[in-house]
Design a protein around this ligand. Structure first.
Ligand code: F6R
Length: 611
C-alpha cells in the first residue's frame, strides 16, 4: 500500500516519477502526487483518484521542469483521500517536500508541539508532521538536512519510508526507512528511491536495500548511506535478476491470470534446487536435530492467504512430524500475550516479508525467546532479514493484489519443510519419504494439466457469476483450502462468501441455504469423502446448487452434485496444491465476467505495511 519513487539525475524527473508510480499502482492507492525542484522552487502537483488524472494534469509530466523529484501513490490512513491529504506534504515555508509510507504513531503529540510554536498545518495527515518537523529543526539548529533528518527520526514513533527534497539543496535527495520497505536504485549519473523494485526496473537493476534508520543521500554523482551517528555505512549492491517481463503483463489481460498460469514454473523453481539425490536439502536453515527435538510445538503466524497456508501447514506438519501445531492470525497473536518460549518454533509466512502485523508478531515471538523461521518471497525484506532462518519461495514478483503463485509456492515450501523435519526426527519411513517426494515433484506437471482444463471452470463461472452468496465447504485439509477459495472469490469479485467446515454447517449456517444458493463442495480428502457427501445431501435438500470438486475416479460424486470438476490425484496432504487452482480460476473468471478491477480490487493493497 502506498508507493514511493524518487529521482535525481540529468533527465526530466516528472515523467520518470509518473512512470515509476504506474509500476506501483498494483499496490493499491487512492491519490497521487509529485514534487519537483523546477530551478527556483519546489513545485507540487497532486490529485485524488487514479494516477491518470495526475498524469493528464501534467501532460505526462512534461509540463513540470526539473531533474530532481519525489512521487507518491497514497492509500489513506490519516485523513480521507483528497488533493490536500495526498503526498508530497510540504513544510510551512514550502522548503521541504516529503513522501511517506507507514504511520507516524505519535503525530498528534508532535503536531501539538509544532502548533504551539506557531506552525500552521493544512492537511489531516501524519506525514505533514514530518515535513514541518524537518523545517523546524533545520531552522532552529541552523543544521544541514542530514542533521534535521536524524533529529526527526529520533522524535517520531511508528513506521516510515520517507523521501525528502529541500529547496535549499536542489542537488540532493534524501531518504530513510523504518519498518516500511525502501530501496535505492543505482544508475550512471542518476539514482532513484522506490518502495518496490518494479518502479525502477526499467532504469537500473543495481540496488541497495536500506536497513532501519539508515539515511541515504542521493546526488547526481552517487549515493551515500549514513547511520544516525552520521557515520558512513558501507552497503553491498544487490543485483536484481528478474526478467522485466516478470513484472509486466506479457500479453495477458491481468496479472492475476498470468500469475495463476505461472504456478507450475514457480513451484518447480521453489522445489527443484532443494531436492538432491532423492533428499531434501535445505541449505538455507541451520536447525539441528537436537534443536528440532527440543521444540514442544510449532506456532504459525501470518495474515490473510498466508494464514490460510498456515492452516494447511498444520495438517501437514502434525501428520508428518507429530509435533503439535497452532496457527494464529498475526494481528491477534501480537496482542494476546502469547505463551511462547524457547521450546517453540515460530513459523512466519509472508509473501512481501513486510506485512506490519506479521512482522510485529515475529518480533514478539523473538522477544519471548522463540526460534523463528520464515517463509518469504521478497528477498531481503524485513521478515526475511530478522528471522533466525528463512526459506524463500522462488515465485518471482507477484503483482496482482490477490495472491496465487505466492500461496502455491508457500504450500510447496511447507511440504518440503514437513518432510525435512520428519526425516530429521525419524517420524517417516524411507518408503513414505520417497513416495511423498515423488508426488511433490509431480505437482508442477499436474497443475499444468488442471490449467489445460480451465475452460470447464470458465463455463461454470459464466453460469454462476451473478450469485449473491456462495458457501465453500469441506473437511480436514479440504476445509483448510476452502478458506482460501472463499477469500479469493470475495476479494476480487465482491460476492459474499463463507468457508465452512462441512460438518459445522448444520450448527447454524445452513439456515442461510435456500433455493439456488451456490455451494462449492471440496471433496478431495478421501477418508472423509462419504461424510462430505452427507453434508452435500443436507444442502441439496434445502435447494442448494452444488459444484463438487474431487479427484479423478470418484465418479460417485456425480449423483450428489450438479456440476463436477475432477483433479489429478496425489497424496491427501498435497491435494490443496492442485485443488486451489480451480478455485483461483473460478474467482478470476467470475470477477472478469462482473467487470471488476481484478488486479486492484477496491479497498485492498498488495503489501499491508500499516497495522
Ligand atoms: C489475499 C492476499 C492477502 C495476503 C496478506 C498477507 O489474496 O494476498 O490476504 O496474503 O495480506 O500478505 P503477505 O503474505 O505479504 O504477508
Amino acid at each position: 500500500m502506498c508507493g514511493i519513487v524518487g529521482y535525481i539525475g540529468e533527465e526530466q524527473a516528472a515523467p520518470l516519477l509518473l512512470q515509476g508510480l504506474e509500476k506501483l499502482e498494483y499496490r493499491g492507492y487512492d491519490s497521487a502526487g509529485v514534487a519537483v525542484y523546477t530551478g527556483e522552487k519546489l513545485e507540487v502537483a497532486k490529485a485524488k483518484g487514479r494516477l491518470k488524472i495526475l498524469s493528464d494534469m501534467l501532460d505526462e509530466g512534461k509540463s513540470l521542469r526539473g531533474t530532481v523529484g519525489i512521487g507518491h501513490t497514497r492509500w489513506a490512513t490519516h485523513g480521507a483521500p483528497s488533493d490536500i491529504n495526498s503526498h508530497p506534504q510540504v513544510s510551512d515555508s514550502g522548503k521541504f517536500a516529503v513522501v511517506h509510507n507507514g504511520i507516524i504513531e505519535n503525530y498528534l503529540t508532535l503536531k501539538t508541539f509544532l502548533m504551539d510554536r506557531g506552525v500552521t498545518f493544512v492537511s489531516e495527515t501524519d506525514t505533514e508532521v514530518v515535513a514541518q518537523l524537518l523545517e523546524y529543526y533545520y531552522k532552529k539548529y541552523h543544521c544541514d538536512i542530514l542533521e534535521a533528518m536524524i533529529r526527526v527520526i529520533h522524535k517520531v514513533e511508528g513506521s516510515y519510508a520517507l523521501g525528502v527534497i529541500c529547496q535549499d539543496s536542489p542537488d540532493e535527495l534524501y531518504a530513510v526507512r523504518k519498518d516500511s520497505p525502501l530501496i535505492v536504485g543505482l544508475g550512471q549519473g542518476e539514482s532513484f528511491i522506490a518502495s518496490d523494485v518494479p518502479a525502477i526496473l526499467a532504469k537500473t537493476r543495481e540496488i541497495y536495500r536500506l536497513n532501519d534508520n539508515e539515511i541515504v543521500r542521493l546526488t547526481r554523482s552517487g549515493v551515500t548511506v549514513f547511520n544516525t551517528d552520521r557515520d558512513e555505512v558501507h552497503k553491498e549492491p544487490v543485483h536484481i535478476d528478474w526478467d522485466v517481463s516478470a513484472a509486466e503483463k506479457g500479453g495477458y489481460e491481468h496479472f492475476m491470470f498470468k500469475e495463476i498460469m505461472e504456478q507450475p514454473k514457480a513451484i518447480r523453481d521453489t522445489i527443484s534446487p532443494r531436492i538432491r539425490d532423492g533428499k531434501i536439502v535445505l541449505d538455507d536453515i541451520t536447525l539441528t536435530r537436537e534443536q528440532v527435538e527440543s521444540f514442544r510445538r510449532i506456532v504459525i503466524v501470518a495474515c490473510g492467504s498466508a494464514y490460510h497456508v498456515g492452516v494447511v501447514a498444520k495438517y501437514a506438519l502434525e501428520q508428518l512430524t507429530r509435533i503439535p501445531v497452532e496457527v494464529d492470525v498475526a494481528s491477534e497473536f501480537r496482542y494476546r500475550h502469547p505463551i511462547i518460549d524457547d521450546k517453540a518454533l515460530v513459523l512466519i509466512i509472508s509473501q512481501s516479508g513486510e506485512t506490519a502485523d506479521t512482522l510485529a508478531a515475529m518480533r514478539e515471538a523473538k522477544r519471548l525467546g522463540a526460534r523463528t523461521l520464515s517463509i518469504v518471497n521478497v528477498v531481503g525484506s524485513s521478515i526475511a532479514n530478522e528471522s533466525d532462518d528463512v526459506l524463500y519461495t522462488w515465485a518471482g514478483p507477484e503483482i496482482a493484489v490477490a495472491t496465487t503463485k505466492a500461496y502455491s509456492t508457500q504450500l510447496a515450501v511447507v511440504y518440503l519443510l514437513a518432510l525435512y523435519l520428519a526425516d530429521l526426527l525419524d517420524t517417516i519411513s524411507p518408503e513414505e519419504y520417497e513416495s511423498y517426494l515423488d508426488d511433490l515433484q509431480k505437482l508442477p506437471e499436474q497443475i499444468e494439466a488442471v490449467l489445460q482444463n480451465r475452460e470447464h471452470i470458465q463455463y461454470f463461472a459464466s453460469r454462476n457469476f451473478n450469485a449473491k452468496d456462495i458457501f465453500f465447504i469441506g473437511r480436514n485439509i479440504d476445509y483448510a483450502l476452502s478458506l482460501e477459495g472463499s477469500l479469493k472469490l470475495k476479494e476480487i469479485s465482491y460476492i459474499h462468501s463463507e468457508a465452512y467446515a462441512a460438518g459445522e454447517l448444520k450448527h447454524g449456517t445452513i439456515s442461510l441455504v435456500e433455493d439456488g444458493t451456490l455451494v462449492v463442495a471440496l471433496a478431495s480428502y478421501l477418508p472423509l469423502f462419504d461424510k462430505t457427501m452427507s453434508n452435500v445431501k443436507e444442502v441439496k435438500a434445502r435447494g442448494a446448487y452444488v459444484l463438487g470438486l474431487t479427484v479423478e475416479g470418484k465418479t460417485e460424486i456425480e449423483k450428489e452434485t450438479d456440476f463436477v470438476f475432477y483433479l489429478p490425484a496425489t497424496n491427501t496432504m498435497m491435494q490443496p496444491s492442485l485443488m486451489v487452482v480451480p478455485l483461483q480460476l473460478f474467482a478470476y473468471y467470475v470477477a472478469a465476467m462482473k467487470g471488476c478491477d481484478i488486479d486492484k480490487p477496491r479497498n485492498l493493497a498488495k503489501s499491508v505495511t500499516v497495522e
